[in-house]
Write a protein that binds this ligand. Structure first.
Ligand code: F6R
Length: 366
């Protein structure tokens, strides 16, 4: 049942080339520069004319929501707010019938997300669901939605469900761009062509597994870890930190790299591993200066870099290479080595990775 893997989490990490592919199947048409999302087709006009989209979710799904904000604002040019469902439901949120609310949930059963949907519904918003479990409660109360089709996720820590959520949000961003004309047909076509290659790139980067296990053995006894990224690397940093803390019980924080100097830099000493998302994209040079700031304080730098990188390699203690890609697709790639890192650290610490203490796969109480 674990397909030869020791844990469901590892099996599910290794399933990602296929789950991301399944999630895009029948939905992208690179040559025609077209995205088709049957589930939300009847809301196309509403979506493209929306002045605001509010994404509600919890935990890892909230991190996917944050990548959704970056993607939809960048490519669809619609204002997006990402809200923790638990906060949204209790603060008398300002919602009208002009709003689109997207609920992101793997299980489709999360109590806070369900309650937040009810409030948005009462106030007349259009509710779209992005869920994994077919026929679960959230898809039943939404107006329409897009399933993530990642397949059953057994490990409590979300892995393949996260990358499938990010894939769907990428598709929605490009779908909006297609209908609003915020991307040219040529650009759309080239982005979809590249998106189509992402499953193969995930397959390639999974080959770093042994190297990541080695890095894990070097930092497994750290009491704390920092994860830093900018732009599309920021939600990745948050997700990397959550994976590590929930399965290895190491205290970890994700931060926008530039925020480090506003506080967390005080934590850095020779004991502190700092994991950077330092791929070649628009924030590359800025992340490099953040790495220098950490090295100047003797922190241990582990960097996720673009294949062939030299600059960061000369500064970091350990590097993990990922294939080059448009920065829009960074979360789909850079998250995966962080899942593996968390996994190997947790296993080395003797933790129950599939069922971490105090956690449940679906949180049906508030
Ligand atoms: C983390 C994790 C949780 C869930 C959260 C929301 O690995 O699994 O943070 O993401 O409880 O659950 P869903 O997506 O089912 O609403």
């Amino acid at each position: 049942e674990k397909g030869g893997f020791e844990h469901f989490m590892m099996k599910e990490i290794f399933e990602q080339p296929r789950s991301v592919r399944d999630c895009m199947r029948g939905r992208i048409f690179p040559l025609e520069g077209k995205v088709e999302l049957g589930g939300i087709k009847q809301y196309t006009d509403k979506l493209k004319n929306a002045e605001r989209i509010i994404i509600i979710a919890c935990g890892t799904s909230w991190h996917a929501g944050l990548t959704g904000e970056y993607l939809i604002e960048e490519y669809g040019r619609i204002k997006v707010e990402v809200e923790y469902a638990s906060e949204f439901r209790y603060r008398n949120p300002i919602i009208t019938d002009k709003d689109i609310v997207m609920a992101v949930s793997q299980s489709g059963e999360t109590a806070d997300t369900l309650a937040a949907i009810e409030i948005a519904k009462e106030r007349g918003a259009t509710i779209l669901g992005i869920c994994n479990v077919v026929g679960s409660s959230i898809p039943r109360v939404t107006d329409a939605g897009v399933y993530t089709h990642a397949g059953p996720e057994i490990g409590v820590a979300s892995t393949k469900a996260f990358t499938a959520q990010v894939t769907v949000l990428t598709l929605i961003a490009l779908y909006i761009a297609q209908h609003k004309g915020t991307l040219t047909p040529a650009k759309l076509s080239s982005m979809l062509t590249e998106l189509d290659t992402i499953p193969d790139k995930i397959q390639t980067l999974l080959q770093d597994n042994d190297l990541i296990e080695l890095i894990a053995s070097k930092i497994k006894d750290a009491p704390n870890c920092l994860f830093l990224g900018r732009g599309f690397g920021f939600p990745v940093a948050l997700e990397g930190a959550l994976k590590l803390k929930e399965i290895s019980y190491i205290h970890a924080e994700g931060y926008p790299a530039a925020e480090m100097k506003h506080g967390p830099i005080a934590l850095i000493d020779e004991q502190m591993p700092v994991i950077f998302i330092a791929t070649k994209n628009s924030s590359y040079e800025k992340v490099i200066s953040n790495i220098q700031e950490v090295k100047a304080r003797k922190g241990i730098v582990i960097a996720i870099v673009t294949q062939g990188d030299v600059k960061v390699k000369n500064m970091a203690d350990h590097c993990i290479e990922i294939p080059d890609a448009d920065e829009a697709f960074l979360p789909l790639l850079a998250t995966i080595p962080l899942q593996l890192l968390a996994y190997h650290i947790a296993v080395k610490r003797g933790c129950n990775v599939d069922q971490p203490r105090n956690l449940a796969k679906s949180v049906t109480v508030e």
